[in-house]
Design a protein around this ligand. Structure first.
Ligand SMILES: Nc1ncnc2c1ncn2[C@@H]1O[C@H](COP(=O)(O)OP(=O)(O)OP(=O)(O)O)[C@@H](O)[C@H]1O
Ligand SMILES: [Mg+2]
Length: 156
């Protein structure tokens, strides 16, 4: 377990963090995004998509779809658990297939059903510090996510 704080003063800083993550994501990378409404989970997701070569304008909160798929350097699967009633509804989406596959998975509100997420993942908690200030706290939880976090820190 390893952590790294990234202060963001503006959406531009957040875009830079997301693109850094998207550029360095690997097949099997799973990222849990945690933070209140309007924290920036979707903004960060769009920037991660951009780093994977996907048009960020296509990325929005997967409100009705629950899962959105995009084709980039790697396939990207974007989940939002906010509207799921219970863990069974999440399980019924077939999430394990995605989490243990070769794409990149982003899970907004990832702390709602932590039992279904892989143990080795990158957790990104976002704190709202001001109108345009955000604090991103990135934490890894196993060798695979540790390596990604080390790369992000080094490349920043
Ligand atoms: N530094 C910043 N980084 C990211 N977003 C910022 C920043 N400063 C201001 N914002 C604004 O905060 C909002 C973040 O919205 P976003 O949809 O990404 O939040 P969210 O965490 O996905 O919320 P929800 O839970 O409602 O889906 C946007 O309107 C964005 O312009
Ligand atoms: Mg969102």
């Amino acid at each position: 377990m390893n952590s790294w704080s990234f202060p963001s003063q503006s959406p531009t800083d957040t875009r830079r963090l997301g693109e850094l993550i998207g550029t360095n994501a690997q097949p099997g990378t799973v990222i849990s995004l945690v933070g209140n409404l309007g924290a920036g989970k979707t903004q960060l997701s769009a920037a991660i998509a951009a780093g994977l070569g996907i048009d960020p304008a296509e990325v929005s909160s997967p409100t009705f779809m629950l899962i959105q798929e995009y084709e980039g350097r790697l396939p990207l699967f974007h989940f939002d658990t906010y509207r799921l009633k219970d863990i069974h509804e999440f399980e019924d989406l077939g999430v394990e297939e995605y989490f243990y596959g070769d794409g990149v998975c982003l899970v907004e509100w990832g702390d709602r059903f932590p039992e279904l997420l892989p143990p080795d993942l990158l957790r990104i908690a976002i704190d709202i510090c001001g109108e345009t200030e955000r604090q991103f706290e990135l934490t890894s939880s196993g060798p695979f996510s540790d390596q990604l976090l080390d790369t992000l820190r080094a490349e920043n």
